[in-house]
Design a protein around this ligand. Structure first.
Ligand code: CP
Ligand code: NVA
Length: 308
């Protein structure tokens, strides 16, 4: 049996494959709006393992499988043997003998990699401490819909050097845009991730420098899932790393604002920016549905021809 195609990070896709998935996502969105049936995954079953909370990821994957004519199973570690210490390798062998594709949201990225190694079916990263590549599919689709390709553009990342920041770094590599990152000292992105993208990444001093002439400004929460005990300290350290009107005024006049959500108004972003005219966060959230449907088709139906 051949090795399945996994989606553990954006780097698992070539630039052309990424482009083809985004194109298909836009097409699937239009088909859905026209109420045109597109049950390309009839009879297929997605397993969804969540070790962390979720609203968007769970609902988009579950709804996506229903639209595509398949089914999705929500697997909580609380109710399965996953939470009682059954080895990852064994869980992967068993689950992948019954399911057609599996998505996992967990803590350590290595755990996801081990699962994928022993899985006979495609495994999707639905967020780990290191990466959140599914969110990037939606972000890229959203930018393309509003402004066209991100190639050659400048993106500002303001805030924590976290899983979202790392996925933006990988996107900068794959698509070819410049990512200007501004984080508090000690909260920079993982150096292995950023060094590999050195041609596309600049670590800059403050949020105003990062936002200068940017085409897109992005931020995320100050304390991610699993960092709840650090929240108080982080709130003090990050207080000057807020996307507000002053920061947005440094960007290009037609710059967009994105946030993967959930957001905390008054912390990493002010309400006037999040709810303002440059913000595309609601399209970004909706596009989780369309882009993941395209991803599921790509992994299960063997990829698309990249169009040129
Ligand atoms: N953005 C995102 O992944 O949201 P959820 O945590 O609600 O899935
Ligand atoms: N960085 C955030 C993203 C949530 C979608 C977290 O990991 O909690």
């Amino acid at each position: 049996m051949s090795t399945p195609r996994h989606f553990l990070s954006l780097l698992d896709l070539s630039g052309e494959e990424l482009e083809a998935i985004i194109e298909r996502a836009i097409e699937l969105k239009a088909m859905h709006k026209r109420q045109e049936p597109h049950q390309t995954l009839a009879g297929k079953v997605l397993g969804m393992v969540f070790e962390k909370s979720s609203t968007r990821t769970r609902v988009s994957f579950e709804t996506g499988m229903i639209h595509l004519g398949g089914q999705a199973l929500f697997l909580s570690p609380r109710d399965t043997q996953l939470g009682r210490g059954e080895p990852i390798e064994d869980s992967a062998r068993v689950l992948s003998s019954m399911l057609d594709v599996i998505m996992i949201r967990t803590f350590e990225h290595e755990k996801l990699e081990t699962f994928a190694k022993y899985s006979k079916v495609p495994v999707i990263n639905a967020l780990t401490d290191l990466y959140h590549p599914c969110q990037l599919l939606a972000d890229i689709q959203t930018y393309v819909e509003h402004r066209g390709s991100l190639k050659g553009k400048t993106v500002a990342w303001i805030g924590d050097g976290n899983n979202m920041c790392h996925s933006y770094i990988n996107a900068a590599r794959r698509i070819g845009f410049t990512l200007k990152i501004s984080t508090p000292e000690g909260f920079e992105p993982n150096s292995l991730v950023s060094r590999a993208a050195a041609d596309h990444v600049e670590i800059v001093a403050g949020p105003l420098d990062a936002a200068k002439n940017a085409d897109l400004v992005v931020t995320d929460v100050w304390a991610s899932m699993g960092q709840e005990s650090e929240a108080e300290v982080r709130h003090k350290v990050f207080k000057n790393f807020q996307v507000n009107r002053e920061v947005m005024s440094m960007a290009k006049p037609d710059a967009l604002f994105m946030h993967c959500l959930p957001a905390h108004r008054g912390e990493e972003v002010t309400a006037d920016v999040l709810d303002g005219p440059q913000s595309v966060v609601w399209d970004e959230a909706e596009n989780r549905l369309h882009s993941q449907k395209a991803l599921l088709e790509f992994l299960l139906l063997g990829g698309f021809e990249a169009k040129h």
